[in-house]
Each structure stands twice: as structure tokens, then as C-alpha cells.
Design a protein around this ligand. Structure first.
Ligand SMILES: *Cc1c(COP(=O)(O)O)cnc(C)c1O
Length: 344
């Protein structure tokens, strides 16, 4: 696909902001080019606008060259940039499977970009056909989330590939929960499809939601466009250093993931013993979507006990459903105890 054909004309023409650090090349001893305060306190200098060191480490971890990597202020920044690069406000649209992560829709609405929602099946499975049929010649970007939020399941990889191959636009596969899944990432498909964007994040398995660091993996053409449109210093120094530290200890994260998966099994087991629990949807993530009689009253009861889950009863196919994040062993026990009290 010729990616540049899909880009908004004003973005193609855009002369990006050139920062002091962009314009300097070579070995410097004295920086008098960016109007910074010269007294060293660890933060007086602007951060690396392209996060080279961080991308080097992520590159090793993911087996993807740095020119295929974009880092954003959360995945949310990447979502917004993709919409702004490819969709002309008031004219183009995005296609999203429904129910899914709420930010695709909000970002599109902020940018005055229309949304075509295509429902998943009642079991939250995905078929490319429905999405392809919903596309018109103003559909620029399709968002697919796998494993899907709020249902928790990984989508059929064959259907996702069909979508990437047949959709005449950009396909974003949001893999925020991939580290909890037994299905492989689509990252190994990047070489084949230059219209594919994969989103991952440090907010879930990596335990760094407060840092705000999201990753996008894509073709160099798309990564270059994202770099051109992003605010120059979008990842601050603290985030870059803390993420580098975390990347030196992948074993710690791997252990936490194993623990969370064990706890997920424990929760499934406990929840299945309640007759009021009508369905626990299969999960490839760190949360469970649970259909339960009187979900709304249970939600209110839990809230009164100081236990906050997410009421998903209003989303498509989600009636009487609560979404519960897997917590620590102790937190999960307290959740189950509270549900028992409510049902008693
Ligand atoms: C939590 C989540 C994200 C994470 O967004 P960040 O901005 O990186 O914190 C992205 N996509 C989905 C589907 C999520 O559930």
C-alpha cells in the first residue's frame, strides 16, 4: 500500500518543528542553543526527542528495529496521532469494533472524525467481513483491540490478518494486554504489511501506568509521520529513565505476570461456584468480564465496601456485566468475600 496516498494533504506538506537538539549534530561540550538553565539538577536539559536509548532497549526486547518504533505519552497519544495523520475532519471516518476501548471513539470525536461501529458477536468474536462491509471510501483507519477490552478475549488471528490484507487503509491492532495472552503478538507481521500499526503499553503488565509510556510498532513510513506530528519533547526525562530501569529487569515483570495469571485462574474458580454468576467470559488479559444476576446492586454494594470494579452493563452485549481487574491475592480474596456476603 502506498501509505503517503492515505495521509491528509496538510500533514504531507507539514514542515515539522525543528528543535535545537534536532539541528545539532556531532560532539558537543557546551549547550547554549536551547535557552535552558545551565545549572545541572538532573532535569535542566530537554529530553531526547526521539528517545534513542529507550528505543534501543525496546528494539532488543521486541526484535524490531528502532525505525519501526514510536513512543508516546501513553498509547492514547499514538491513537490521537494516527487519527490526525490520516483522517480529514468532517470528511473521513474510522471503523471500530464494538464494544472496545473507549479512547478510539473519543479521540475521533475530538478531531471531528466520524465513527463506524461494527458489533462483535455476542461472544465477542471478531469477523473481518462485517468491518470490511462497513468501510466506505472515506474510511481511513480501522481499530481492533486484541485481547479486547472490555471482553478480555484475544480475537481470531486469521480474521485480523484478513482485515489487514483487505482493508484499504491503516489497521491498528491494540495489544495493551498481549503480555497476559497465550496468543502471539502481530509484531512478527510488520515486515509483511506496511499499513499495520501495533499498539502496546507500559501501563498494564509493566506496572507503569503512572509514567505514561505507550509504544507503536509500524512501518518506517508511518513511524516517520508520527514523529513529524508529535509534540517535540513528548516523553519526559523521568519517564525515559524509569522505563530504562524497568527494562533492565524483565524477570520481575515476568514473575508478576505469572502471579496475575494464577490469581486469574483462582478468581475464575471462585466466581464459578456462585449460581448467580451466569457467565465468565474467556480472558487473555488481566481482567474478567462477568455476567451476574443483579450486577448493578452488586456493583453498588462493592463500592460501599470500598471495592471498585467497572460496571460494563451499558456496553454492547454487556448487559449485567461487571469487569474485574485481577488484583493481589489479598485483594482478590476480599473481592470474593464481599461478593459472598452480597449473595448470601
Ligand atoms: C489500558 C489500555 C490502553 C493503555 O493506554 P495508555 O495510554 O498506554 O495507558 C490502551 N488500549 C487499551 C485497549 C487499554 O485497555
Amino acid at each position: 500500500m502506498n501509505i503517503l496516498d492515505k495521509v491528509r494533504p496538510n500533514i504531507l506538506k507539514l514542515q515539522p518543528y525543528s528543535s535545537a537538539r534536532d539541528e545539532f549534530e556531532g560532539n558537543a561540550e557546551i549547550f547554549l542553543d536551547a535557552n535552558e538553565n545551565p545549572f545541572d539538577n538532573g532535569f535542566n536539559r530537554y529530553p531526547d526527542p526521539y528517545q534513542s536509548q529507550l528505543k534501543q532497549e525496546i528494539s532488543k526486547l521486541k526484535g524490531v528495529e528502532p525505525n519501526h518504533i514510536f513512543l508516546g505519552n501513553g498509547s492514547d497519544e499514538a491513537i490521537d496521532l494516527i487519527i490526525r495523520i490520516f483522517c480529514e475532519p468532517g470528511q473521513d471516518n474510522i471503523i471500530i469494533s464494538d464494544p472496545s476501548y473507549g479512547m478510539y471513539q473519543v479521540s475521533a470525536a475530538i478531531n471531528n472524525v466520524a465513527i463506524q461501529k461494527v458489533p462483535l458477536s455476542e461472544e465477542f468474536t471478531f469477523s473481518a467481513q462485517g468491518m470490511l462491509e462497513a468501510a466506505d471510501n472515506h474510511s481511513r483507519v480501522a481499530f481492533i483491540c486484541s485481547p479486547n477490552n472490555p471482553s478480555g478475549n484475544a480475537l481470531d488471528p486469521e480474521e485480523v490478518i484478513t482485515m489487514i490484507r483487505k482493508f484499504d487503509g491503516i489497521v491498528v491492532v491494540d495489544e495493551a494486554y498481549i503480555d497476559f495472552s497465550s496468543t502471539p503478538s502481530f509484531i512478527n507481521q510488520l515486515e509483511k504489511y506496511n499499513n499495520l500499526v501495533i499498539l502496546q503499553t507500559f501501563s498494564k503488565a509493566w506496572g507503569l501506568a503512572g509514567l505514561r509510556l505507550g509504544m507503536a510498532f509500524s512501518s518506517p513510513e508511518i513511524i516517520q509521520l508520527m514523529n513529524k506530528v508529535k509534540p517535540p519533547y513528548n516523553i519526559n526525562i523521568l519517564t525515559q529513565t524509569e522505563a530504562l530501569k524497568a527494562l533492565q529487569k524483565p524477570g520481575k515483570v515476568a514473575e508478576e505476570i505469572q502471579d496475575i495469571l494464577k490469581q486469574r485462574d483462582w478468581l475464575i474458580n471462585e466466581l464459578s461456584s456462585f449460581s448467580q454468576v451466569r457467565k465468565i467470559y474467556p480472558s487473555d488479559s488481566n481482567f474478567l468480564l462477568v455476567r451476574i444476576t443483579n450486577a448493578k446492586s452488586l456493583f453498588e454494594y462493592l463500592t460501599a465496601q470500598g471495592i471498585i470494579v467497572r460496571d460494563r452493563s451499558k456496553v454492547t452485549h454487556g448487559n449485567d456485566c461487571l469487569r474485574m481487574t485481577v488484583g493481589t491475592e489479598n485483594e482478590n480474596k476480599r473481592l470474593i468475600t464481599a461478593i459472598k456476603e452480597f449473595l448470601a
